[in-house]
Design a protein around this ligand. Structure first.
Ligand code: SF4
Ligand code: SF4
Length: 177
């Protein structure tokens, strides 16, 4: 069986919490329930020259790895909206290979099977058929900017290639099923 997970490059997570908010919106999670939390360790002093201060996004037991998106070939919504580009979705086998590329990464395999076993979480809003508005932001790669190069292997940096963001308008009102 192929197992999927989320790889987090927490060295460059900004702690913006976009992943938390878009996950809540996508899954219509109410106050107090989360699919992912951005945890923090620090700041505390290691020595006179260094501090420990990490922001670490951790999927919760409500994370279903965005099954409705991934089964049609899309990436999870948290991956899609992470402006620091520090979240990667893929097979555990593929993600594990990335551990060799740099330190300060974490691999999570959310509790997907238990969710299937107990049934997916259905919010009161969704069950009542309430309409929510959702502003989608499409993210694509282009070669106009030289950012995030620190996370790319040298052989992928030809022509100044780097991650960047294109915002496209998609202001459709969405009716959740
Ligand atoms: S959206 Fe990305 S950068 Fe922002 S907190 Fe989540 S993982 Fe970190
Ligand atoms: S993969 Fe989907 S369900 Fe899991 S944390 Fe990301 S947005 Fe939430």
């Amino acid at each position: 069986m192929t197992v999927y997970g989320l790889l987090v490059d927490y060295e460059y997570c900004t702690g913006c919490q976009s992943c938390e908010l878009f996950c809540k919106e996508e899954h219509d999670l109410p106050v107090g329930k989360w699919g992912i939390r951005v945890l923090q360790d620090g700041p505390w002093e290691i020595d006179s020259k260094q501090y420990n201060w990490n922001k670490i996004p951790v999927p919760t037991d409500l994370c279903d790895l965005c099954e409705t998106r991934t089964k049609v070939g899309k990436v999870p919504i948290c991956v899609h909206h992470c402006l620091a580009d520090v979240l990667v979705y893929g097979t555990v086998e593929e993600l594990a290979r990335r551990f060799e590329e740099k330190p300060k990464q974490a691999l999570f395999v959310p509790q997907y099977k238990p969710v299937e076993a107990r049934g997916a979480f259905v919010s009161a809003n969704r069950a009542a058929g309430k309409v929510t508005s959702f502003k989608a932001v499409e993210v694509e790669a282009n070669t106009d900017f030289d950012i995030a190069g620190h996370r790319r292997p040298d052989d992928e940096l030809e022509d100044g290639m780097a991650a960047s963001v294109i915002l496209t308008e998609d202001l459709k009102t969405r009716k959740d099923d």
